[in-house]
Ligand binder design. Structure first.
Ligand code: AMP
Length: 583
């Protein structure tokens, strides 16, 4: 079904005039170098994301609130830009005292408490590379990431430390564990050798000269899943700050007086690029809400803080839709003037639902991924929305649809979504995996791994992933990671993992497993395997469904054919089965 275009008012009829008020002309005249002049830079010509996000604003309007924090238990705290500058300086001093040097990896494994944000920017000031981890992870994903990155320091809360205590001894590069006991929530004593964040911060100086980083020095790394192998660390440079700032203005339409709320977990790239850098490089106040998803609690956050710009995700929107339209009707959402979504396909019904139910605000879908570091394609406030489309590329970036040889195809044709390299927030490497990095480029294009179409007006439409990566509730899950965890269960001989369509989470992880001799396919065993995977991986990544089968379809070379498992699951044609191993 085609959904009617949502027409936007004339520019003068917006309550706040959009920052991006013309498209073609700006795309033609735009230059990143010119915008770069708006950043301070460091003495000597360098660039540091923490300076641009925090210190630059602390110097000009130090009393402005950077962060309104609301804890899961209703605690409230506020931090001004000046306070954030001093706290991040202290943390940078703590790291320096531990011998952390430029380029070292410092990882963060904690929920959404203010100390996470302090640690993150303190790491950048110290010249180290910040690696935030999704707080719902179980021990296996945490170990993989700390091991691969060679992280020297882990900043963690007592609860999450407890979850991964048994893997810490497996990590020879990890020299220090800093434990953040937010508001004394934990009564447990520190483990021997651990450092108390609170004690270290109390004795650290609030003055710190940022380690001179260049715009190309590495700043942040996020692990992202692929079809094969373990997750890869996509590494970004300090220059990404420029694109965070620009897209914060164009796509999120951030203005000086906004109150902004991003619901993404800081362990994923949206949580750092848009839950930290984009609002703060624009000097905008943001709300950080520690609690999990509950429709009424979320609407309450918007009402209480007077949120004006809201950035969330399709699964969350679909959960809000499911919770019912009577709930938002009980809250005052009248401050909201711009709402955006990212991470998975946003169905047209969800765009339209926003317009009907959320203060007449249709959700503006935009597209990007870990490797791109920032928004590349967006629906802008001034631009009519074609529901179901991800929008048009941002100024300064060229995106295209290409065929298998990397040649552009005609408008309307499906192909690989590709980007012309050179945008500021582009990933600079997969950590210690040059071969994998090189494999992402073809004929001068970066190939994103997504299939899409472009219409004749330059709007992009998502078709699907080009690989087996599963997108469940906006989290990319590599089937290989899940299969590896499953086969560690003593009863499991083989495992094949696919994404199964789901009306709310878009896809859920489904596993097919065959058993070793001597094990019976009982419900009890299935539940046990499910619990085993959850404990190792986390509920967000572990299979939601497990089916025990006699054997798995494999190629003659012994590779499990996930494509076939999926086709069979969905009742679709099996396609080419010429490489299928005979039973
Ligand atoms: P991640 O690297 O974890 O941020 O995931 C990025 C992937 O999520 C993209 O490559 C897409 O497959 C998917 N994705 C992100 N935004 C959208 C969107 N607006 N529409 C459809 N898929 C999206």
């Amino acid at each position: 079904m085609d959904y009617p275009t949502i027409a936007k008012p004339g520019l003068d009829d917006f309550s706040v005039r959009p920052n991006l008020d013309r498209y073609d002309a700006l795309r033609e005249s735009f230059s990143w170098q010119e915008l770069r002049r708006e950043l301070d830079g460091l003495p000597g010509g360098g660039l540091n994301l923490a300076h641009e996000a925090i210190d630059r604003h602390a110097a000009r309007r130090g009393d402005k609130v950077a962060m309104y924090w609301e804890g899961a238990g209703g605690e409230e705290e506020q931090y001004t830009f000046a306070q954030m500058r001093d706290l991040t300086n202290r943390f940078a001093n703590v790291l320096r005292g531990l011998g952390i040097e430029k380029g070292d990896r410092v990882f963060i494994f904690m929920g959404r408490v203010p100390e996470l944000y302090v640690a993150f920017f303190g790491i950048l000031k110290a010249g180290a590379i910040a690696g935030p981890l999704f707080s719902a992870f179980g021990p296996d994903p945490v170990r993989d990431r700390l091991e691969d990155s060679g992280a020297k320091v882990l900043v963690v809360t007592p609860e999450l430390r407890g979850r991964i205590a048994h893997i810490l001894g497996d990590l020879p590069d990890l020299k220090h564990v800093i434990v953040v006991n937010k508001n004394g929530r934990s009564q447990d004593p520190l483990a021997p050798g651990d450092i108390s964040y609170e004690e270290a911060m109390a004795s650290a100086s609030p003055d710190f000269d940022i380690v001179p980083t260049t715009e190309e020095d590495y700043s942040i790394m996020h692990y992202t899943s692929g079809t094969t192998g373990k997750p890869k660390g996509a590494v970004h440079a300090h220059l990404a700050a420029l694109q965070h700032m620009a897209t914060g203005r164009w796509a999120l339409d951030l203005h000086e007086d906004d109150i902004y709320w991003c619901t993404a977990d800081p362990g994923w790239v949206t949580g750092t690029s848009y839950g930290m850098s984009a609002p703060w490089t624009n000097g905008v106040s943001q709300v950080i809400y520690e609690g999990g998803f509950r429709a009424s609690a979320w609407y309450q956050v918007i009402q209480k803080y007077g949120v004006t710009v809201w950035y969330t995700a399709p699964t969350a929107i679909r959960m809000l839709m499911k919770a019912g339209d009577d709930i938002p009707a009980r809250y005052d959402l009248s401050t909201l003037r711009h709402t955006c979504s990212v991470g998975e396909p946003l169905n047209p019904e969800a765009v339209i639902w926003g317009e009907k139910v959320i203060n007449n605000q249709p959700f503006h879908d935009n597209w990007w991924q870990t490797e791109t570091g920032a928004i590349l394609i967006a629906n802008y406030p001034f631009q009519d929305i074609r529901p179901g489309s991800m929008g048009r590329p941002i100024p300064g970036v060229r995106t295209a649809i290409v065929d298998e040889n990397g040649n552009e195809v005609e408008p309307g044709e499906e192909g690989d979504l590709a980007v012309q390299p050179g945008w500021p927030s582009m990933f600079r490497a997969y950590w210690r995996n040059q071969e994998m990095y090189d494999s992402k480029f073809k004929n001068g294009w970066y190939i994103t791994g997504d299939r899409a179409r472009m219409d004749s007006d330059g709007y992009f439409w998502f078709v699907g992933r080009a690989d087996d990566v599963i997108n469940t509730a906006g989290h990319l899950v590599g089937p290989f990671e899940v299969e590896s965890a499953l086969i560690e269960h003593p009863a499991v001989a083989e495992a094949g993992v696919i994404g199964k369509p789901d009306p709310v989470a878009m896809e859920v992880v489904k596993a097919f497993v065959s058993l070793h001799e001597g094990h019976e396919p009982t419900d009890r065993l299935r539940n046990e395997i499910m619990g085993f995977a959850r404990q190792k991986l986390s509920a967000a990544v572990a299979p939601r469904e497990i089916e025990i089968v006699d054997s798995l379809p494999k190629t003659r070379s012994g590779k499990i054919m996930r494509r076939l498992l999926k086709a069979r699951e969905l009742g679709l044609p099996e396609g080419d089965t010429s490489t299928l191993e005979e039973d």
